[in-house]
Design a protein around this ligand. Structure first.
Ligand code: 5GP
Length: 112
């Protein structure tokens, strides 16, 4: 059931880690879609956004505020985008919940 993100948490595969604490990990995406593109994940393996529960409120908030802080520390003061893909139609490919944070280029709407 482990995804490759569990392997990154456990240091079984390498990643460029930006931030870690007891609850979450942030690391650069291996295939960046913007000059800044990192992922924020919980250490707890939640499969999709649909699998978050009321008990995860504080965890979800912590992920969001960490995304905000790191985006600004990595030079995205002028703006950035946070994306969470949910399930197949949402474009999710790794079934361990994650926030994408993208910045340092102009974002467009609608997304693809
Ligand atoms: P999703 O498509 O599930 O929303 O996003 C998964 C993301 O994980 C993709 O942007 C993909 O590039 C990234 N990714 C996949 N495998 C690896 C890996 O081994 N290391 C890192 N750092 N990112 C990965």
């Amino acid at each position: 059931m482990d995804t490759l993100f569990t392997k990154i948490i456990n240091r079984e595969i390498p990643a460029k880690i930006i931030y870690e604490d007891d609850q979450i990990l942030a690391f650069h995406d291996i295939a960046p879609q913007a000059p800044v593109h990192f992922l924020v994940i919980p250490k707890k393996p939640v499969r999709t956004l649909n699998d978050l529960t009321e008990d995860d409120r504080a965890l979800a908030g912590h992920m969001l505020f960490t995304a905000q802080r790191l985006a600004n520390e990595l030079g995205c003061e002028q703006g950035f985008r946070v994306v969470m893909n949910c399930n197949e139609l949402g474009g999710q490919t790794v079934y361990h919940i994650h926030m994408h944070v993208l910045g340092q280029r102009q974002m467009h709407w609608p997304p693809g």
